[in-house]
Write a protein that binds this ligand. Structure first.
Ligand code: PGA
Length: 231
């Protein structure tokens, strides 16, 4: 089965010209490009094969200064919405309750939520602690959600994000199995320092449905290696 690769550009690149160039050169079936909000429309115009993703979404239209609603994103052609990324949870005060509201709004609009979960460095060598931490994120993030047909989970151990220290593929696969044990047959992606060198090993495991890629998705040549490994 082909794997899904999501490019999480975070707050990059600086200009829309650079965004369009990068999107054009990594446009590929099975790839979701998640640029920052200001570039969504232009990236949507240049890609032919990739799907469009957003890095967050707010649960409502209306008087919420600075927020971007799920409806607005849908109108731009967004299909996937990353939710609960650890950078938002840790640095921007995003709570499980907020993520849960956003997730319900995304599902309500018929889009695919990509729910990010993952333990911090305190549980790095403590699989039981990590499992219970992740289970709690799933429980709270999915509270009241019955239909998980469109749900995608991204397992991203926090200590592996942007550090060059990826998880071992075997450990990531174990977590994916645990997540499916709880939720049923949902796709589980791995994220955290995925690059052209380590991606093949992750993609070779049937438990891992694809990758959520940060830093390496900004380098076209590197990202193309990742796309190739996922085919
Ligand atoms: P990274 O980021 O690939 O740069 O580690 C992954 C992510 O933050 O989703």
């Amino acid at each position: 089965m082909a794997k899904l690769v999501i490019a999480n550009w975070k707050s990059n690149p600086k200009t829309s010209a650079d965004a369009k160039k990068l999107a054009r050169s990594t446009d590929h079936i099975g790839v979701v490009i998640a640029p920052p909000f200001p570039f969504l429309s232009e990236v949507g115009d240049v890609v032919r094969k990739s799907d469009l993703g957003a890095q967050d979404a707010f649960w409502s239209d209306g008087p919420y200064t600075g927020e971007v609603s799920v409806n607005q994103l849908k109108g731009l052609g967004v299909k996937y919405v990353i939710l609960g990324h650890s950078e938002r949870r840790r640095n921007l005060g995003e709570t499980d309750a907020m993520i849960n509201r956003k997730l319900k709004a995304v599902l309500g609009c018929g889009l695919f939520p990509v729910l990010c979960v993952g333990e911090g460095p305190e549980f790095r060598r403590a699989p039981k602690g990590a499992a219970s931490f992740i289970n709690n994120q799933l429980k709270l993030g999915l509270s009241g959600v019955r239909n998980v047909k469109k749900l995608i989970v991204a397992y991203e151990p926090i200590w592996a994000i942007g550090t060059g220290l990826s998880d071992s593929p075997k450990d990531a696969a174990r977590v994916a199995v645990m997540i499916r044990g709880r939720l049923g047959n949902v796709p589980v992606l791995y994220g955290g320092s995925v690059n052209g060198g380590n991606v093949a090993e992750f993609m070779s495991l049937p438990e891992i449905s694809g990758a959520l890629v940060g830093g390496a998705s900004l380098k076209a040549a590197e990202f193309k290696k990742i796309i190739k490994a996922a085919e």
